[in-house]
Design a binder for this molecule. Structure first.
Ligand SMILES: C[S@@+](CC[C@H](N)C(=O)[O-])C[C@H]1O[C@@H](n2cnc3c(N)ncnc32)[C@H](O)[C@@H]1O
Length: 454
C-alpha cells in the first residue's frame, strides 16, 4: 500500500503521550495551586488585554460509549436550569475579580452537549456574558452540538445569540461502528443538521471525526470521509480514538469489541488525510483540516495558529477563562482547573465569593520557554531553537541536549535540523506529539496516563 509506515517505526512511536493542549500538562496539576493563586493572576491581568471564555456544560441526552469527555446523561430540566444559574454566578464572580468589563473575542461552549441547557437557561448565560464582558462584533462564538438532539427552536436561538460556528460530533457513519459506540446517526441526519445550521446563517461548521473506533475499517473510514467531504464542512477535527477506560468507566462498555491495531489506526488516519487533501482542505497541525477560506488555514500561513484546551485554535488571547465543572483556565502565570464533578462544582459555588478551583499549576519561565517550543512546533512545524533559548535566557547547553534527543527523529526522516532550526517533515507530521515529548521535562513513561499517540 502507498506510503505504508514501517511497523518498526510505528512500534517505536505508538506509546501513550500527551496531546499538549498546555504545558505543563494536566498531569502536573495539584491541589496546592487553587483559588488564591488564580485570584492574584486575574487581578494582575492587564486591563487592556482581551480574555477568552470557555463554558462547560457536563450533560448529554445519550451516552456514547467511546466518550472521553467530562459529561453524564442528565434529563431533568431543573438540574440543567440550576447548573445554568451557577454558570451565571461564576461569570459574575470572575467579572468582580477582573474589575473592568473585559474585551472578549472568543467564546466556546463545550461539553458534554452545551445545547442541553434549556433555552431560557442558555439565554441567561449569554446575557450574563454580554452584560459582564465586552463582546466584540466580530467575536468567534462557537458551540458543540449533537445532531440527534437539536431542535428548530434551539437553532433559532443559537442564530439569535450570535453563534458563528457549530461543532458537530460525527465520528463515523458506518452502522456497525455506530452500533458498537452506542451512537446511531445516519448520514442523512448529519447532512440535514448541517443544512439547517447554514439556513440559520451560522456561517461556519466543524465536524469531529474519529479513527480507531471499534469495527472501523479502511473501507468504513473511506466511505465516511468521502461522504462527509461532500457536505463541505469548513473545518474538521480528526482524532485518534483515545481508549482510556481507567479514566472513563463508560469505555469498559466497549469490552468485547475489536479495536483496530496501531497499523490499522495509522492507515485509517492516512486515508482521511489523503481524501481531505484531495478535496482541497489544508492540513492544520496533526489533527485538523480546514478549507482555504477558513481562519484556521489563514492562521497557518500567518504563523498565528495556537493550541489550547480545545486543541488547535486561532484564539490569540493571553487568558482563557474556563467556566463550569472541569473547565480549565490558562493565564501567563499558571493554569487552574475547576472541580471536575458537577456536584462538587455546585457545592463550592454555594459558598459566597470563591471560584470552584480544584487544582492547578504555576508556570515558571522555563515552562513558558518549553511551551513556546512545543506550541510552535505543533502549529508551524518549525522552531528556531537558538532564537528561543536566547529569548527566554535559557542555558545554551540545552541546544546540544535537544539535538541529541532529536537524533532518532532525524534519522527516521521526521525532522530536518539546520543551523538549530528544527523543521518537521510531512513524514513527521503524524508524530508531532512524540517529537514534542523531547521538550517536556515532566514526561514519564507510564501506561495509564495519556492516550495513544497515533
Ligand atoms: C464533547 S464531545 C461531543 C460533542 C457533541 N456534544 C456531540 O454529541 O456531538 C466533543 C468531541 O470529543 C471527541 N471525543 C470524545 N471522546 C473521544 C475519545 N475517546 N477519543 C477521541 N476523541 C473523542 C469527539 O470527536 C467528540 O465529537
Amino acid at each position: 500500500m502507498k506510503r505504508k509506515v514501517s511497523l518498526n517505526r510505528l512500534a517505536r512511536y505508538e506509546g501513550n503521550v500527551p496531546r499538549y493542549t498546555s504545558y505543563p500538562t494536566a498531569v502536573q496539576f495539584d491541589n496546592n495551586v487553587g483559588f488564591r493563586a488564580y485570584k492574584q493572576w486575574l487581578q494582575a491581568f492587564p486591563q487592556d488585554e482581551p480574555v477568552s471564555l470557555y463554558i462547560h456544560v457536563p450533560f448529554c441526552d445519550e451516552l456514547c460509549k467511546f466518550c472521553a469527555c467530562n459529561t453524564q446523561v442528565v434529563h431533568q430540566a431543573n438540574v440543567r436550569i440550576v447548573y445554568g444559574d451557577f454558570l451565571c454566578e461564576e461569570l459574575r464572580r470572575l467579572a468582580v475579580l477582573l474589575k473592568t468589563r473585559r474585551q472578549v473575542n472568543f467564546i466556546h461552549f463545550g461539553g458534554g452537549t452545551p445545547t442541553t441547557l434549556p433555552i431560557e437557561a442558555m439565554k441567561k448565560v449569554m446575557s450574563a456574558i454580554r452584560t459582564l464582558f465586552l463582546i466584540q462584533d466580530c467575536a468567534d462564538i462557537s458551540i458543540e452540538l449533537d445532531p440527534r438532539h437539536i431542535s428548530k427552536d434551539y437553532l433559532d436561538l443559537l442564530s439569535l445569540l450570535g453563534v458563528t460556528r457549530v461543532s458537530i460530533g460525527v465520528q463515523d457513519i458506518a452502522p456497525e461502528v455506530q452500533r458498537a459506540c452506542g451512537r446511531i446517526q445516519n448520514f442523512e441526519l448529519i447532512a440535514d443538521c448541517i443544512e439547517r445550521v447554514r439556513q440559520k446563517n451560522i456561517k461556519s461548521v466543524n465536524c469531529d471525526l474519529i479513527y480507531g473506533l471499534p469495527n472501523q475499517t479502511a473501507v468504513s473510514v473511506r466511505n465516511t470521509i468521502k461522504a462527509i467531504a461532500t457536505l463541505k464542512p469548513d473545518r474538521l477535527a480528526v482524532f485518534g480514538y483515545a481508549h482510556v477506560p481507567w479514566k472513563f468507566k463508560r469505555q469498559t462498555l466497549l469490552e468485547g469489541e475489536v479495536l483496530p491495531n496501531p497499523a490499522e489506526r495509522f492507515e485509517q488516519r492516512q486515508i482521511i488525510d489523503d481524501v481531505l487533501k484531495h478535496e482541497g482542505y489544508h492540513v492544520i497541525g496533526f489533527d485538523h483540516y480546514a478549507l482555504p477560506h477558513d481562519s484556521m488555514s489563514k492562521a497557518v500561513s500567518h504563523h498565528t495558529l495556537h493550541r489550547n484546551f480545545q486543541g488547535y485554535t486561532v484564539d490569540n488571547a493571553k487568558a482563557l477563562l474556563g467556566v463550569g465543572a472541569s473547565s480549565i483556565s490558562i493565564l501567563p502565570q499558571g493554569i487552574v482547573q475547576n472541580q471536575p464533578s458537577s456536584l462538587a462544582y455546585q457545592k463550592i459555588m454555594q459558598k459566597p465569593d470563591i471560584l470552584p478551583i480544584a487544582r492547578g499549576v504555576e508556570r515558571t519561565v522555563e515552562d513558558l520557554f518549553r511551551w513556546e517550543i512545543i506550541e510552535r512546533l505543533m502549529c508551524d512545524l518549525q522552531i528556531d531553537l537558538q532564537k528561543v533559548i536566547n529569548q527566554y535566557k535559557q542555558e545554551p547547553s540545552l541546544l546540544g541536549e535537544f539535538q541529541e534527543k532529536l537524533r532518532p527523529f532525524e534519522e527516521d526522516g521526521m525532522i530536518i535540523i539546520h543551523n538549530y532550526v528544527v523543521k518537521v517533515t510531512e513524514k513527521g507530521r503524524p508524530f508531532l506529539r512524540n517529537i514534542a515529548v523531547i521538550f517536556d521535562v515532566y514526561y514519564r513513561v507510564a501506561p495509564h496516563r495519556h492516550a495513544q499517540a497515533i
